[in-house]
Design a protein around this ligand. Structure first.
Ligand code: GLU
Length: 433
């Protein structure tokens, strides 16, 4: 691997700096589901079914290390629900990956695809590994062997992986290559998030951050904060955080703080997110830019209009939810707010616009990529951005309508949109005994 494309989501390093995990992704996902279901007149058996994945594939991935020793890693691919289409979701390389985490994250993918009305179900996978400790050659070997181990469970009509924490366009290229070689034909649609030169979509890499910015902009409009008078703090300066911060800055907001695992740059008069390279490009960039860095924990409790947690899950918890001073939270990471913290923020009238809407631009452009692969016709960047804007606004409108008509939180509203579509689909297809 000659170049090293940036990993998709934000700095997984931030995990090291974060509080110990207080609630697993699966616990949060199940509690959110149960809570949202109380607003809907749906068969409780259906909700019970959705608390469980269809299948979780666990594989062992042996590789020969550069020093000749054997490295043995564990990998997972969780399939949650496929009633609306093939399983879809990211693949992460992170030392904290667990079976449970993959299940929780696969559930969020089911809701995310349903909120966006994409013809996909939900999946998530990962390998328990710190990719920083792998050489490029070891990373490639690990990826190819993992692909071989899960080959029977993936495919353009079955399950389509994509980048997530610690994986990148390069990872997707190796998966596509390994899969295509084994199948004996070129199958670009087996993964999304590839480089455009081999069937990837323009705009895919920036899409999750772009959607976070679009949704933050719409939320500001909804709550009457003119962007020109709005201050924003962004936790995480990987792809999601950096792209969201830069777009909001372009649209007139004042980004007062950004952070990575090393700490946060804060200036109440505003900082220039364009002047700071992304964490994956230059890991020390944020703290080098900061004249007087503050901590990640302090960033979360800054007195700003909009807080965007875009690093890792489980950062707004029962322990700090009382101290959040932002007027609005827009989730860039998957699962940054625990169930208990959500309740505290709701009690305090701080709206939280959820991950399954805000960062859904990633999977939406993955869908565009999949269409381009099937049709063997590339879209221009302008076309991708225009379509993404349309899809995000349409999903925003669907969720806003539920907020207004039912007087529920944004998270419950997004779940209601998703669950309504899923229940209807399950109703038609039925449970095959
Ligand atoms: N990993 C991204 C997410 O969490 C994208 C998934 C995809 O494109 O399939 O939404």
């Amino acid at each position: 691997m000659s170049s090293d494309p940036p990993a998709e989501t934000d700095d997984y390093d931030a995990a090291a700096a974060a509080e110990p995990q207080s609630e697993s992704a699966l616990t949060t996902a199940r509690r959110q589901l149960e809570h949202a279901a109380t607003h809907l007149d749906v068969d409780p058996n259906f909700i019970e079914r959705l608390k469980h994945p269809t299948a979780v594939h666990e594989v062992t991935v042996p590789i020969e290390r550069d020093d000749g020793s054997l490295g043995v890693f564990t990998g997972y691919r969780a399939h949650h629900d496929s009633v609306r289409g093939p399983y879809k979701g990211g693949l992460r390389y992170h030392p904290g990956v667990t079976r449970e985490e993959c299940i929780g994250l696969s559930m969020w993918m089911t809701w995310k695809c349903a909120v966006m009305n994409l013809p996909f179900g939900g999946a998530k996978g990962g390998v328990v590994v710190d990719p920083k400790e792998l050489s490029d050659a070891e990373n490639e070997q690990l990826t190819r062997r993992f692909t071989q181990e899960i080959r029977d469970f993936i495919g353009p009509k079955r399950d389509i992986p994509a980048p997530d924490m610690g994986t990148s366009a390069q990872t997707m290229s190796w998966i596509m290559d390994a899969y295509s070689m084994q199948q004996g034909e070129v199958i670009p649609g087996v993964v999304t998030g590839k480089p455009p030169v081999i069937g990837g979509s323009y705009g895919r890499e920036a899409a999750p951050g772009r959607s976070v910015a679009i949704i933050a902009r719409e939320a500001c409009k909804y709550y009457d904060y003119p962007l020109s008078e709005t201050t924003v703090a962004v936790q995480g300066f990987g792809s999601v955080g950096a792209n969201a911060a830069r777009l909001l800055d372009d649209w007139g907001a004042t980004v007062v703080a950004v952070s990575d695992v090393n700490g946060a740059a804060y200036d109440p008069d505003g900082i220039d997110p364009h002047a700071i390279p992304e964490h994956d490009e230059e890991p020390e960039a944020v703290t080098e830019y900061a004249s007087d860095p503050i901590s990640n924990e302090d960033l979360l409790t800054l007195d700003v209009d909009v807080l965007i947690p875009a690093a890792i899950g489980d950062v707004i918890t029962e322990a700090n939810a009382d101290e959040i001073r932002a007027d609005l939270v827009v989730e860039g990471a998957n699962g940054p707010t625990t169930f208990a913290a959500d309740a505290i923020l709701a009690e305090r009238d701080i709206p939280v616009v959820p991950d399954i809407l805000a960062n859904a631009g990633g999977v939406t452009v993955s869908y565009f990529e999949w269409l381009q692969d099937i049709n063997r016709r590339a879209w221009s960047l302008e076309e991708v951005q225009r379509e993404l804007e349309t899809e995000m606004l349409s999903a925003w409108d669907d969720v806003r309508a539920e907020v207004e008509s039912r007087d529920v939180t944004w998270r419950d509203a997004a779940y209601i949109v998703a669950l309504t579509r899923l229940t209807e689909a399950h109703g038609y297809r039925g449970l095959w005994p």
